[in-house]
Design a protein around this ligand. Sequence first.
Ligand code: DGJ
Length: 485
Amino acid sequence: MTSQGWKDTRKQVLAVLSLLLLFFSFPLYSGQAQAASVTITNGPVWNDTTGGTIQAHGGSVIKVGSTYYWFGEDKLHNAASFRNVVCYSSTDLKNWKWVSYPLKPSSNTELANSKVERPKVIYNESTSKYVMWMHYENASDYSLGRVAVATSDTVSGSYTYQGSFRPLGYESRDMTIFKDDDGSAYLISASNSGGGANDSLASFKLTDDYLGVSTFLGWVAPSGHREAPEVAKQGGKYFLITSGASGWYPNQAKYMTASSMSGPWSALQNLGNSSAFFSQSNYILPVQGTSATTYIYMGNRWNSSLLGDSRYIWLPLTLSGSAGTASLEWQSSWGIDAATGVVTLPALTNLSAGKSATASSSASGYEASRANDGNYQTEWKASAVTWPSWWQVDLGATKTVKEVDISWFLYNGSEAYHQYTIQYSTNGTTWTTIDRTSNTTYGFTTDTVNFSARYVRINLVNAVLWNNPNNWYTPTLYEVKLLGN
Ligand code: DGJ
């Protein structure tokens, strides 16, 4: 072969090798993107990358480049008073590294003896500043009803405190900041339209530098007693998610929609179950991936007697701008790929849905079947205040049950936790009991189990009301989901 011939052959071999490399690297690349999926597990304590408990309660997340920064309240001292605003970072939304205390009691004299809640950080392109908005109170009560603002040149640096104020004179407690695609930013806070603290939400447009508010846009859900507001935008529609105002206790989340941040906002509509799966909203995180945009509902499962042990509940939130609907379903664990935005749900089905149900008694119009009709708003209720009472489902055949999710009765301001047992049987006569009478979780319980049964019975042993020594509840279940495959 001539030297030119060798060169040509070498070129051809190189070309084939390059093609082979391209061919094999594509599936490898796809494989890597898939491998970036992480599992979010709701319920247990979440630790940071060095093993400390994540202290980022009531907070928010901002993405800078490909890194997510999670800001929140440090409640390590198990008190409501201000300890620190904490910042963690992550690229996969699961492994969070402690980064800094961007705001501390020593940052300003006004912060030394205060409360700082629900920190939200947005970036202002025109001033090149990161701007943090917070709910500000004195340490002893919630009478000030103010916002506070702090700024920084870097996302996780030391923020310079700019002061606290009532926006345009309006009271402001639980609040959120929403930055729109066009750079306009908005404040929505639990305010007072004349009926007392938190009676109505107030909506404001921020000034161009995000350091103050320029316009009062109106009352939202007037006299609705909503708090914990969070905003997301999907398909050109704005979604405003709130909780009811009941201190640290969970309750029914609701959402409203609007075509403009100036409103008008739709009527309040229910989201999730009666206790938002025992959580209170604190942020909606849009994860804009290469294949999908996923919205993460970030909720707080407050533990008022041990605030530092309050947990984080993150769930995929389904928003449809075109239909104007939002829906939220419980997942004990689920996957999110921060690169692609793709959600992976566990392969479990609701075995109890629509199956034949009975109960120890049923009030007229509150049949047993209402507790497994897939609707969190309809309930089975016993015919009298009789404890214990029971509810039972026949799965039609022996099935393997992996998880028992129960949505319990809650009445705003009279929240209770339920003591109960789960019994299961293959023949309806011999039963095995799982004792959950030591439960202290409000509104929603999820039990990981692994049994095979045709009949499953929930015994409602007692309800313990935090504000009432007597259990006046009539045994009631909103929904029982037996998950399995
Ligand atoms: C509910 C709020 O959402 C929390 O941030 C906190 O302020 C508690 N109320 C205090 O009771």
